[in-house]
Design a protein around this ligand. Structure first.
Ligand code: ATP
Length: 318
């Protein structure tokens, strides 16, 4: 069945993954994975090595079948109509599918033909992609002789040349130097609007800066998903604080223990001037501050601790 994407609350869904599972021999690589990506979004697919990112992406792009579940792209069932679905997808796998013994422009033109770009706009389309990926100075170079960053751009060119609605990028910045990482990141941002993008990474700062939504996978399961802000706020709901005093931290800790609604995070050693605690009601902080002042402990610092994406990731995957 062909339609123009499934309308769900919030927006048009262009990638819909429903309960997919995949087993290799005795290993369950994917266990009932479900998520969706809406039109115009950049979604980060985050997980440690072996979490199941590549397997999921291979299934979305029709390169691998799942044991159970279904995937649709732009409303087309990938398993039932792979040829039609693939026209809507540009895929950059973890190993870019590029021919090392071809010239850059020659290769992009070849992919455009394979991807059925109409003859009358083929040259124009190839030039457009070369321009977009800043490959102009490299167009007559042998792909095998390019740096890794430029090879990655050629990999992106082959994913883009047929103007797919959906781009799936498997760790696009893996193995690049810091300057190249920034360039590829900027490139991905510049593709937003024209394409809906799902990209995988295990670099947390990368997904933080690029994505509208994050999907965190661990051992073949989706363990968290939502916007960066919503995931963090979930973890920051409990108000955690760190308190540093000049003297008597252990004694003060004993006093704080008696405050209802306050939980100490870890016992304080006699030498450590810092106490970590969480409170259910942030107004309880006034009582904490007053205990410090009344007892003459000497306030050095009282600060709210906020979980970072790194904290959340480690908490979820450990
Ligand atoms: P990485 O970040 O290292 O690329 P990943 O999150 O992409 O990891 P996958 O490559 O999807 O993870 O692998 C998930 C699990 O499935 C791993 O344990 C992996 O060894 C296993 N696996 C993947 N492909 C195959 C295969 N063809 N045969 C056997 N096992 C496989």
């Amino acid at each position: 069945m062909v339609s123009f994407g499934d309308q769900e609350e919030g927006g048009v869904v262009l990638i819909k993954v429903s309960n997919i599972s995949k087993t290799f021999g005795g290993l369950k690589a994917l266990d009932e994975i479900s998520f969706h990506v809406e039109k115009g979004q950049i979604v980060g697919f985050l997980g440690a090595n072996g979490a199941g990112k590549t397997t999921t992406m291979d299934i979305i792009c029709g390169c691998l079948g799942s044991d159970t579940g279904s995937v649709s792209v732009s409303g087309i069932d990938v398993l039932a109509e792979p040829v039609l679905a693939k026209k809507k997808i540009g895929y950059l796998p973890d190993e870019p599918p590029i021919h090392h013994d071809m010239l850059v422009k020659e290769f992009i033109k070849y992919v455009a033909k394979v991807r059925s770009v109409p003859k009358n706009i083929l040259d124009e389309r190839v030039s457009e992609v070369i321009e977009k990926l800043s490959l102009n100075s490299m167009e007559d170079r042998l792909i095998g002789n390019l740096s890794k960053g430029y090879k990655q751009r050629v990999g992106l060119a082959q994913a883009l040349v047929h103007k797919p609605e959906v781009l799936v990028l498997d760790e696009p910045t893996e193995g690049l130097d810091p300057k190249q990482i920034v360039q590829i990141r900027e490139l991905i941002l510049s593709l937003k609007g024209e394409h809906t993008i799902l990209f995988s990474s295990h670099i947390l700062t990368e997904v933080e800066s690029l994505c509208d939504k994050l999907i965190i996978v661990d051992q073949g399961r989706v363990i968290e998903q939502g916007s960066y802000g919503s995931i963090l706020s979930k973890f920051n709901q409990k108000h955690q604080y760190s308190l540093e005093v000049r003297q008597g931290a252990s004694k003060l800790e004993g006093e704080l223990r008696s405050l209802e609604g306050l939980t100490l995070v870890r016992p304080n050693s006699s030498e450590d001037p810092t106490i970590e605690f969480s409170v259910e009601d942030p107004e309880l902080i006034d009582s904490v501050a007053s205990s410090v002042l009344k007892g003459g402990y000497g306030m050095v610092q009282l600060a709210r601790k906020k979980a970072s994406l790194e904290d959340v990731f480690f908490k979820l995957t450990n």
